[in-house]
Structure formats: structure tokens, C-alpha cells
Design a protein around this ligand. Structure first.
Ligand SMILES: [Zn+2]
Length: 134
């Protein structure tokens, strides 16, 4: 098996425990503050998890959503779980703005304008601090 999320963190690690991790996605410059919540072990579907583990993972998704809202002040949050390319459980937590490159389309959809410049500078630090406050 050659799974990129088993072999690598998948971004800048902001928070982790023995179950899952929150990473800042660093390869999408149009979407600063885009985070992923990644299960540490290789599991394909949410329904492969025990109910208590589903809740544990989603609690981290909710905490990440809240941290992104505080740090990024977006117009909207998009949550998504696909796993079509990498079938290892992970949730996308994407801050969206009315003037971002794809709004109102998904960020994986058709762009509708050029991307406004948004600073990436201290976003990782701000998100890390917010997540660690709990
Ligand atoms: Zn994996």
C-alpha cells in the first residue's frame, strides 16, 4: 500500500494526539487557513469506525471549524470528505469568502474569478494557538 497520509503528515501539523491530527494545508495558496483533520490509522469510510471513534473524529472536526472561524473570520466554512484520490479518512475544513477564487462553487470546482491576495504569514501560529486552547 502506498498511502500518502500513512507515510507523511499531509501538511503542517497544528495539533495531534494518538488518534488523529489537524494539519494546515500548505499547497493551496488561494486558500490560506485550509485545514485537514486526518485519522492516524488507515481507514476508508466513516462507517468503518466504531460509533465512539466517529464521534471522537467529528469532535475534532468541530473544534477545527471553530478555530478556523476564529482565526480566519470567513464568510462560510466548507466541510468535505471525499477520499476518492486518497482513501484514508480525512475531512477538509475550508474557510470561504464571497470574493475567493471559486465562490460559490466548491474550491475543487470551476474558478469564477482571480484570487484576491490573502496573507499566509502567521495563520499556522494563530490556528495552532486556538486549537491548543481547546
Ligand atoms: Zn493511509
Amino acid at each position: 500500500m502506498n498511502c500518502p497520509l500513512c507515510g507523511k503528515p499531509g501538511g503542517e501539523v497544528l495539533w495531534q494526539d494518538d488518534f488523529c491530527r489537524v494539519v494546515l494545508v500548505t499547497d493551496t495558496p488561494d486558500y490560506p487557513g485550509f485545514c485537514r483533520v486526518i485519522l492516524n490509522r488507515h481507514v476508508k469510510e466513516m462507517s468503518d469506525l466504531a460509533p465512539s471513534d466517529r464521534n471522537r473524529l467529528m469532535d475534532v472536526v468541530w473544534k477545527t471549524e471553530q478555530a478556523v472561524r476564529i482565526a480566519m473570520n470567513p464568510d462560510k466554512i466548507n466541510l468535505a470528505s471525499f477520499g476518492n484520490v486518497v482513501p484514508h479518512l480525512h475531512w477538509h475544513v475550508v474557510p470561504r469568502y464571497l470574493d475567493d477564487r471559486h465562490f460559490p462553487n466548491p474550491i475543487w470546482g470551476r474558478p469564477v474569478r482571480s484570487a484576491p491576495a490573502r496573507a499566509m504569514d502567521d495563520i499556522g501560529k494563530r490556528l495552532r494557538n486556538t486549537l491548543q486552547r481547546g
